[in-house]
Design a protein around this ligand. Sequence first.
Ligand code: ACM
Length: 677
Amino acid sequence: MTALRFCATATLALAISGLSATAQQFQNHLMPQPAKISIGSGGLALDSTFAVEVPGVSDARLTDAIDRAVRRIEMDTGLRHAGRGEVGKTKLVVKVDRPSAPVQSLEEDESYALVVTPAGAEIDAATEVGAMHGLETLIQLVQPNGASYFIPAVTINDTPRFRWRGLMVDCARHFEPVAVIKRTIDGMAAVKLNVFHWHLTEDQGFRIQSHVYPALTGKSSDGLFYTQQDAKEIVAYARARGIRVVPEFEMPGHSTAWLFAYPSLVSGSNPDGVRREFGISDYAIDPTREATYTFIDRFLTEMATVFPDSYVHIGGDEAPAPDWKTNPRILAFKKAHNLKDNDALQAWFNTRILKIVARLHKHMMGWDEVLTPGLPKDVVVQSWRGEASLSKGAKLGYKGVLSAPYYLDAMKPASVHYLADPLPSTSDLTPDQRALILGGEVCMWGEHIFPGTIDSRIWPRTAAIAERFWSPENVRDVDDMYHRLIPISVELESLGLTHIQSEDAALRELTGTENIDALRTFASVVEPVSFSERSETQRTSQLTALDRLIDAVRPDPPARHWFEAAVKRLLADPKGDSADRAVLAAWFTTLSDAVPAARQQILASPRLAEASTRADQLLELTAMGQQSLEYLASGEKATSDWKAKKNQTLEEIGKPSALVRFAVLPTFSDLVQAVPE
Ligand code: ACM
């Protein structure tokens, strides 16, 4: 598979740079990094399965979590699973101080201590959730040791930096089956995220069953929705893994699905179906009728029986609502209530909804548009339009969650997301205001994803962001993060996520053959363009097939950072006897050798043909890479127009084409710029 093959190259590079593993030596692959770790000597040999002791609180939730962890270690190490009644001899103690609350809250104590010695491993935690985090760390510690495996001797005292570490998944624009949600939750648990924010309603579909208002899914889901039983199963599955489920029901905008099903809620004209195109809709729920609040009250009351979390997200974003400016009845209402504009009317609406949410003993959350004058202080503001709204909210006394820098559909490298901090040390907030920043949430919007591609958009980049939310602020070494991202990515795949294999599967599907070696080599250096670039170029709707090269390839492919790091080392001593030079030259040859066969397959596939230019461009890139290496090695100056020509070529290759871009382009440019002239 691509990543494993690529790993071989990366391992080679690591070996060259002196980082190769030696027996019994601790390799820190932990992601997220713990708050405190000290390394002992030797470790716990994994030559038998576990003898587990649970001396503190013990219930099915904890023992199931321990069972799952033990099975995963057995799978990762070739240990035979102990049969019924049979006990291994590797000592594992999991001690939990107190029973968990029936519904996990923001106040859950998630800390744990993990001590591993040659005699055994012990996890001590205040709550089961802390113990689960400790078990995930234990799994990540497992390392090979010659012919067998061991867990290095360590003492870890760990606690999260932020209480709210979320992933939002939009399952409304494109529906994601229960199995996809479960594997996503498994991935979240592996990297210690603790909030699954479930975006369930959109203009394009209503995805949660209501018995009170059956037309919501009856008319507005195309038959693709979660039954209440499905949703309860997901909530239980998440709870079993220490993860809260916060549902989002969009109102008053992004609401075509509500309005098509129940036209009594509309502000103006009736929609004639759910919306297929994406973007912002003019339809909005009518905030001026009492019947609207009766409807929403009954709906949210029903949903409270499915979603026990104490937070409910009401959306609130992107509601231009032109009918609120023209409908005489709504204009009269605004006048009577002294509401000067749509923002004031939406604030009035939010206040009414907040009363319903409060009556259900819940807190309300909304996207940052809800931050308008008069918003009650109990509302949590999710910042998506920029980081400024987070600190603005905190200064006004609102709790906040940061999402603006964590939009996965921007197709940015993991490093860019990783370095964005919800609460940087440079922040001018006071200690009280800082305490209002609850954490951050990664956002996976649904326009351009389906079950075949969602994993590669979320993972492994979300693992790096999860570290930002969990680990101390000063854990910011990008090279070290990427070094740890490959093992966590492989671990996530072993949990059932498909982010690595899905690229190969898509390339096989596009070409109708298993013989994709050359095409895979080409694909290893290209990535999808951003959401906005795709939207500008391809008029996508819910009905667009997501089956092009852009859908096959992965954002931030491993080759990108590996290449960047190798070139950085090379350029630090361009004439030195650099092993990196040899590895890079060999890699350029591998890439260019793949082009003829890849081009042939690209041209033979109607859905790939548009990418043939990209294949030709890869030849140009590798040729300029080889030439740059030669110039740098000899110290010879390039001819006067060489660099100008190469820069022209780089500019051409940087232009949009086939909805994919070369993830390695900036580093090819670095090489060219370093050539003396
Ligand atoms: C959003 O991205 N409209 C919250």
